[in-house]
Ligand binder design. Structure first.
Ligand code: CAA
Length: 382
């Protein structure tokens, strides 16, 4: 066991931190206020080669390890959840899934440009009536010769208006439940595809999230990922990577909440002393600080298993559950420590609190992960 970052990881951390400090943090409050996603930041993430970190060099990526990806997600979410979410969806849910399940032709056509950041990928699993209950999806794919014809819609799709390629899950056989789901690579330019952003979100307002619609979309059979009926497993394997990046991002959000709180504790005085000298404030700081350490260790443990090519569904779910809850709690306490100022967007902590809510809902709600961990402990799940 080695708890030190490698030299390469330290230098990646430094580069991303500098980028976030210079190009995101000074503007994010305003972007968030306006609900304005910045495609220019996606472009910068590509220029910095952050869109294919764990993809082997032969497929256009950097061939780095999973914990380096975690460090990148931490640093991005220290700035804002929106751009970490973009990396999670593009890299964790889409690109890495193409690496695991794609044919050589699919890898050349879709994975390589995505890993290089020339094209952007997104993920279409959730539907208006199928979130946690994946098998309840209603989108259909009907085979017609060399094509599948897709009909239906997906919702809460990050990067819905900016992604070039979508990994979409549809029912090829309604009677087979989760075993009747198949995965497809759908291009935005396919006829009958449409997207529409959702307005009025509680958090991640600087992010692009919305619905995608399939109206008789003809998808070449060559764009089917895996076999018919393998879609559920493919989605779950994608979530093993997506959830890992969400957990890592939560570590960054926790760190941002702690940093802001520490600064404020030294700036603000009440009853004749810095508020950091009051024990109830110290209690909140102690909890944030401990949870930061716990969450980071859980993320790096899951990353280490991934580096070793070992199944990590349980450890990733645990890291995601603990880190996202802890980030939500830390952001809430950060607002509390800032008092009334924390309630206004003069300080970043109210944005942290709003942003911290989505990660306890998406990519497996807090309740789904609680149940999974209970089932693992009881031996009902292996
Ligand atoms: N990798 C490979 N195969 C896997 C797998 C994985 N990680 N997880 C499960 N499988 C396989 C199992 O081995 C099993 O295969 P067999 O039938 O051959 O034995 C099969 O898939 C079924 O697995 P389970 O029995 O574990 O499935 P389940 O029905 O018990 O799963 C559930 C229930 C855990 C609740 C699952 O449905 C789940 O995780 N739901 C949450 C869905 C979710 O996270 N949605 C988020 C949508 S994406 C999003 O939020 C968008 C965004 O980020 C922007």
């Amino acid at each position: 066991m080695n708890f030190e970052l490698t030299e390469e990881q330290q230098s990646v951390k430094k580069v991303v931190r500098k980028f976030v400090d210079k190009e995101i943090i000074p503007y994010i409050q305003e972007w968030d206020r306006q609900g304005a996603f910045q495609p220019s930041i996606l472009k910068r993430l590509s220029e910095l080669e952050l869109m294919g970190v764990c993809i082997p060099e032969e497929y256009g990526g950097l061939g780095m390890d999973y914990n380096t990806l975690a460090i990148i997600c931490e640093e991005l979410e220290r700035g804002d959840t929106a751009y970490r979410t973009a990396v999670s969806v593009h890299t964790g849910l889409n690109t890495m899934t193409l690496l695991q399940w794609g044919t050589e032709q699919q890898k050349q056509t879709y994975l390589v440009p995505q890993a290089k950041g020339l094209k952007v990928g997104a993920f279409g699993l959730t539907e208006p009536n199928a979130g946690s209950d994946v098998a309840a999806m209603q989108t259909t794919a009907k085979r017609e010769g060399d094509y599948y014809v897709l009909n239906g819609s997906k919702t809460w799709i990050s990067l819905c208006d900016y992604a070039d390629h979508f990994l979409v899950f549809a029912k090829t056989d309604h009677d087979l439940g989760s075993k009747g789901i198949t995965a497809f690579i759908v291009e935005r330019t396919f006829e009958g595809f449409e997207s529409k952003a959702i307005k009025g979100k509680l958090g991640i307002r600087a992010g692009n999230t919305g619905e995608i619609f399939f109206n008789d979309v003809k998808v070449p059979a060559a764009n089917r990922l895996g076999e018919e009926g393998e879609g559920f497993k493919i989605a779950m394997s994608a979530l093993d990577n997506g959830r890992f990046t969400v957990a890592a991002g939560a570590v960054g959000l926790l760190e941002a909440s702690l940093e802001a709180s520490l600064k404020y504790c030294h700036e603000r005085s009440t009853f004749g002393k810095e508020i950091g000298k009051h024990q109830l404030v110290q209690q909140m700081i102690a909890k944030m600080s401990a949870n930061l350490e716990i969450s980071r260790l859980l993320v790096y443990k899951a990353g280490t298993l991934k580096n070793e090519g070992k199944r990590n569904t349980k450890e990733t779910s645990l890291a995601k559950w603990i880190a996202c809850n802890a980030a939500n709690e830390a952001a809430n306490d950060a607002v509390q420590i800032h008092g009334a100022y924390g309630y206004s967007d003069e300080y970043p902590v109210e944005r942290y609190l709003r942003n911290s809510k989505a990660p306890v809902i998406y990519e497996g709600t807090r309740e789904i992960h609680t149940v999974m961990q209970g089932e693992y402990a009881l031996g009902y799940r292996e």
